[in-house]
Design a protein around this ligand. Sequence first.
Ligand SMILES: Cc1ncc(C[n+]2csc(CCOP(=O)(O)OP(=O)(O)O)c2C)c(N)n1
Length: 532
Amino acid sequence: MPSVREASFDLFRAHGMTTMFGNPGSTELPMLADYPSDFRYVLGLQEAVVVGMADGFAQASGTTSIANLHTAPGVGNAMGAIFNAQANHSPVLVTAGQQARAQITLQANLTNRDAIRMPHPLVKWSYEPARAEDVPLALAHGAHLAGLPPKGPVFVSLPMDDWYAEVDDADAAHAIARKVGGRAVADPGAVKALAERLEAASNPVLVAGPDIDASGGWDAAVALAERQRLPVWASPATGGVRLGFPEDHPNFRGVLPPAIGPVGQTLEGHDLILVAGSSVFPYYPHIPGPLLPEGAELVAITSDPDEAARAPMGDALVADVKLTLEALLEAVPESSRPGPEPNPGPQEIPATDPLNASTVHTALGEVLPEDAIVVLESPSSTLALRNQLRLSRPGSYYFSAGGGLGFGLAASVGVQLAQPDRPVVCVIGEGSVQYAVSAFWSAVAYQTPVTFLVLRNSEYAILKWFAEVEQVAGAPGLDLPELDVAAVAAGYGVDSAKAEDRDQVADALGKALSSSRPALVEVPVEQGMSLF
Ligand SMILES: Cc1ncc(C[n+]2csc(CCOP(=O)(O)OP(=O)(O)O)c2C)c(N)n1
């Protein structure tokens, strides 16, 4: 009879989950004993980094990833990253060791006293198997659920002595062999009705959200926009964990603002707003106003029932985004509407000293290879990067829809591990670096040649902007003097350089991009927000 450990690793193998992210403790060592040679263990030095890497890996590989944490304190350290993974619809099987069963009730040292409750409400499912021999089935349950729509993190607590128990051969074989699919096709009647609404509309618009990319629906979205001559807005950047539409396409208009009033104003004049693969909407900050422009209707296509149910206005269709867009494409004719206004394209940025973040993004754009992937966590220049780079290939942009800092640096390492043949650039503020700073070590240890572009403005620029919006004066703690990220990264073994003018930036980034090692370029930038 196989041991729980043998059956569990066979299960991971069957799911293609042979890369495991973790930070081990004494309670996880029995799981890792005789670690199989066809598995890769990626060590993160702090649990937020472990889950952040697993999040990036899951999204960029299209598989469920494993993040193995150290009982209660490890889960505690990872909570912000689990929150992000949930917002990102990222399928991560989070596991944590637990005291030996004989010592849970007496609460021996390191017992996770309420392991199931601890990660709630950030996971879809949380469980501690009732018996050791149930571990493979519980892991199978978690792996299936994580990958079913809406994808997201799940949690399984694993008592440390379970790994040696034996499981029934036939039971294990069933658990390992099961395949569970979850791509739901929309009701044909609902698609027909939506196609009729689209055709009847005089000035419809498409709002493209991140789950278009996650579902592989990029081509269908482009074909639908072209056939129906739809102008296309990207859903607000706050929730834009991925791009749903090529941003250099002639029909593309820009990124929607993230607040209620401004969204309504931006969409004024449209009578039908078709939202695909986004919540309606990832609003922030609170700027009130009408939810929809006068006379407009809204229909959202989402694979997430909760997104559909919680929207404050409009109708929703719950089904796979790609399959629904394809069905809708089949059901609509070529439209004779006038085409949308042309894509406004990037704005010219005046020269400044120090450089404006927008100028740095233009320099990046010059040297960025076509197949590059950008992982972004530069709060005050998010829009500037989108506006200047106009990324236009699927799977080429990752951002944290949760808004919890610490995603960027860690996720970029996970993305690079999942996509070893594509250049990965992590564009990040010097403040954001600090929430997952030890990801630099993992980048070096696993030879992931990420290019880190650090924008150093010596402040929490976006919080100063928020202070103005919220009419808050005199808040402390918004300045970051003397934070030398290049020196810190060098301490972790990253090749680090500093660049000050535009040519130096392009030159240093070009070198970093052609290096086979992780490399960092730190650039001092002008303070304040960069929007264009
Ligand atoms: C875990 C977490 N803590 C705090 C914040 C609040 N926060 C949002 S943006 C920001 C500033 C980040 O600084 P930096 O990366 O330098 O970006 P800048 O605003 O200067 O562009 C902070 C602290 C957050 N979003 N997540």
